[in-house]
Ligand binder design. Structure first.
Ligand SMILES: Cc1ncc(COP(=O)(O)O)c(C=O)c1O
Length: 500
């Protein structure tokens, strides 16, 4: 056994032994996952109470640490990869994904410039272009991998603001002699650039990352205007048009619209084509939030999803939501990705030598300098499944979502709360007393989650509490789904009995 106090790394033989042990641990975990509780039912603080508060003074053996993973960490987790985990968007882990993460670990590079890791840079370019081809995005879209869609939309809006600010100010400059040279938020900050009061529009169903981006960029969260939706939870394009016209009259500068393809609660799809037309007429940036839904465009039968995408300025897709890549892996595409580079490129002297011979230095495409080698895991997964393998798995998740919806429709205790879209089904227990029924819907989800046997989410639609399942986990079969349905029915009966 290696003396943990000696210098250097674990001796090779010992490390090899640990790796084999870990390989077995991972394979066993995967095999037995279905028999674990999906979620713990402990009070906050239980994990902290089970672990020493004091940091270790001396190194500890791997076996002891792995023992604590088994004893405290695994039981203290919500198992997002569990076949009965139906929360959020039906998270998935796959064997190729685990292998991809394992290969990435020992490489541990920093892919900030091409020179600091040519393979990471070029593989990122390749993988991003594969996804572009699968989604049938025009070639003029170039992409960059970030951790999340929230970070993607923030970068997209920063470019939108920079471009509009420069356009407005150079027009003003032409009209007024003596006006300072063309300004830029990038160079002079918001006040120095005399930036106008910008407005951003997103549907009332859009993700809160719109407000987060506005906060981070100093645009103000109240300047994200929520547009009403139609009965199917899609942005109402006429309302959007009116809101923009009113804001122009009131002295605001409409900057961007965020159209969502696969909203967070119901996976509804905004009418991107119509929204694109409005953006064109008003010279506004169109960002498509396809964090969840854009990945489904790899299915030929979902080609309609891509309507209007070619008119977008930016589009975000999270392969970690729907294309089998583990968290985190989000791609922001920008029509002419140089627009993104122009806003964020900044080469400090100590990196200048590293950047001369490169086609692309990904540090130029965002605020992050150090970057993980995320592309490797995606490349391994995409090669292992192929487009057909991924398409077949996505189709199965759509089939299961529709099957579940059929069960809801044929049971008059329940109703669908939104049209089924992709892998998402929103539904609710029905009853006369709206307030009581709201509470019951929430209680059913809480009881099921507390039981550790399955995991659902709840959301609010038009002020009413609804239950929601997301399919997408490759381990979830029809049998699992049927068990979840039985559990929902039994729990609903029990909750109703207690309430009456
Ligand atoms: C539609 C949509 N957009 C954006 C996000 C934010 O994603 P991320 O966690 O990658 O920032 C989510 C998260 O669920 C989402 O549903």
């Amino acid at each position: 056994m290696n003396d943990p106090q000696s210098l250097g790394d674990t001796p090779t033989g010992e490390f090899r032994k640990q790796l084999h042990e870990l390989a077995d641990w991972i394979a066993d975990f995967r095999q037995n996952l279905g028999s674990l509780r999906v979620a713990p039912n402990d009070k906050p603080g239980a994990i902290l109470a089970a672990l020493p508060a004091k940091p270790p003074e001396e190194g500890e053996p791997f076996e002891k640490i792995l023992g604590d993973v088994d004893r405290v960490i695994v039981p203290g987790m919500v198992h997002w990869s569990h076949p009965m985990f139906l929360g959020y968007f039906g998270w998935t882990t796959t064997a190729p994904a685990i292998l991809g993460e394992i290969i990435t670990a020992p490489l541990n590079v920093n892919a900030m410039t091409w020179r600091t890791c040519p393979a990471a840079t070029e593989l990122e370019t390749l993988v991003v272009d594969w996804i572009r081809q699968w989604m049938d995005l025009p070639r003029e879209f170039g992409g960059v991998v970030y951790d999340t869609a929230s970070v993607g939309v923030m970068h997209a809006l920063a470019v939108a603001r920079e471009e509009v600010t420069q356009t407005i100010l150079s027009a003003r400059q032409k009209m007024q002699a003596g006006e300072p040279a063309s300004r830029s938020v990038r160079k002079h900050g918001l006040v120095g650039a005399g930036a106008p009061m910008f407005r951003i529009y997103a549907s009332e169903q859009a993700h809160s990352s719109a407000e987060k981006a506005a906060i981070a960029l100093g645009l103000g969260e109240e300047n994200v205007q929520r547009v009403p939706t139609d009965p199917e939870f899609r942005m109402n394009a006429s309302a959007l048009r009116e809101m923009i016209a009113r804001d122009v009259r009131d002295g605001f500068k409409p900057l961007a619209v965020i159209a969502t393809v696969g909203t967070t609660s119901t996976a509804s799809v905004d009418p991107v084509h119509e929204i694109a037309r409005i953006c064109g007429e008003n010279k506004m940036w169109l960002h498509i939030d396809g964090a969840y839904g854009a990945g489904f465009a790899i299915l030929p039968e979902n080609k309609w999803l891509t309507n209007g995408w070619s008119k977008a300025d930016s589009i975000v897709v999270n392969p970690h939501k729907s294309l089998f890549v583990p968290l985190d892996f989000s791609v922001l595409y920008v029509r002419d990705v140089e627009r993104l580079r122009r806003v964020f490129t900044l080469v400090p002297e100590y990196l200048r030598g590293d950047t001369v011979e490169a086609l692309k230095n990904y540090m130029d495409y965002g605020i992050q300098l150090g970057r993980r080698f995320r592309a490797l895991k995606a490349w391994l997964i995409f090669r292992s499944f192929g487009r057909e393998g991924m398409a077949a798995r996505l189709r199965e998740c759509v089939r299961l979502a529709n099957l579940f919806a059929e069960w809801i429709k044929s049971d008059d205790r329940f109703e669908l709360a939104a049209p089924v879209s992709m892998g998402v089904v929103c539904f609710r227990l029905v009853g006369d007393d709206e307030r009581k029924i709201d509470q019951l819907n929430g209680e059913i989800v809480e009881k099921i989650n507390a039981s550790g046997r399955a995991y659902l989410t709840q959301t609010k639609l038009r002020g009413r509490t609804v239950m929601r399942i997301g399919l997408g986990n490759v381990l979830t079969t029809e049998d699992h789904l049927r068990k979840a349905w039985e559990m929902i029915c039994e729990t609903a009966e029990a909750c109703c009995r207690t309430a009456s």
